[in-house]
Design a protein around this ligand. Structure first.
Ligand SMILES: C[S@@+](CC[C@H](N)C(=O)[O-])C[C@H]1O[C@@H](n2cnc3c(N)ncnc32)[C@H](O)[C@@H]1O
Length: 275
């Protein structure tokens, strides 16, 4: 199942900007681990609506600069609308083609909640390696594929889709993230093959909180720019959503809905020749 870039719309993009607290929390943790400094030149790959970029631009100050790229026009539109800094630019682009960025020009590049969506990961890492200065760092947060089966939301989604009327027409293994996600070991291999030195890699348990099952599904749809149930035929998608929501609501407590998932945090360096 390919990653669809045509399912996004104004509502999904706006919703993402408003409810992406968990990605923002992980992204700001990653930025802290990357030790982004005042004056740095930063590349935010898959910047979405620019929420993390708006945080990073405060860290780098007026002597730094930030370039945010994302393939989704609606997300870039919001990023530009909310941008208040002339040293930050947001434009349409993808991780696989950083052609507009010069070799050895970036201090820090990061992909916050993006790498599992990147179709050609080898080309993307080759491009990131090219644009980083020697000594520059790349940071990645991404789902830990090897632990997907322990994700309760994944379990519930699959269990509903294995029932009729879905079972006859849906293959649960076709879910986009199952096709494009990667394990921590695969990430180490890819980074190393691209020439990076992996400095730190951790798998962290992240607990997501939502008031209702409907909010959780909205979060999944907005985060996946419409890909969450793209392996379900369109005619059954709304019904599937309702069935998944009702299963999720069974686990609702007075504090709402809480689900754990596992996220990889990786930091890698393009070593300078002198180490
Ligand atoms: C979950 S959002 C993350 C947005 C933002 N980085 C954050 O931390 O909130 C995933 C983003 O990855 C972007 N994306 C998907 N494929 C991409 C690619 N090949 N290159 C760069 N970004 C991509 C999507 O357009 C989407 O905005």
């Amino acid at each position: 199942m390919t990653v669809h870039l045509t399912l996004d719309n104004e509502v999904l993009a706006k919703t993402y900007d408003e409810i992406s607290d968990s990605q923002f929390h992980n992204g700001s943790t990653l930025v802290g681990e990357l030790e982004v400094k005042s004056g740095a030149t930063v590349l935010d790959i898959g910047c979405g609506t620019g929420r993390l970029g708006r945080y990073v631009v405060e860290i780098i100050g007026t002597s730094g600069s930030l370039i945010g790229i994302d393939p989704l026009a609606e997300r870039i539109r919001i990023a530009n609308e909310k941008n208040e800094h002339s040293n930050a630019v947001y434009k349409i682009g993808s991780a696989e083609d950083l052609g507009s960025i010069a070799d050895n020009s970036i201090d820090v590049a990061y992909l916050s909640a993006v790498f599992h969506w990147v179709t050609d990961k080898v080309t993307a890492l080759r491009e990131i390696f090219r644009v980083l200065k020697p000594g520059g760092r790349v940071g990645i947060t991404t789902g830990a594929k090897e632990l997907n089966s322990f994700s309760e939301i994944q379990q519930i989604t699959d269990s509903v889709l294995k029932r009729e009327p879905y079972a006859a027409v849906v293959k649960t293994e076709d879910a986009t993230l199952k096709k494009h996600g990667l394990t921590a070991t695969e990430l180490i291999q890819l980074l190393t093959q691209a020439g990076f030195t992996v400095e730190n890699i951790q798998v962290k348990k992240i607990t997501g909180s939502h008031a209702t099952a409907e909010d959780l599904i909205k979060h999944h749809e907005a985060s996946s720019f419409g890909n969450y149930l793209s392996h379900v035929p369109e005619s059954l998608r709304e019904q599937a959503k309702a069935d998944i929501e009702s299963e999720i609501n069974k686990g609702r407590t007075k504090d709402g809905i809480q689900f754990d998932r596992h996220t990889i945090f990786a930091i890698a360096q393009k070593r300078s020749e002198h180490g």
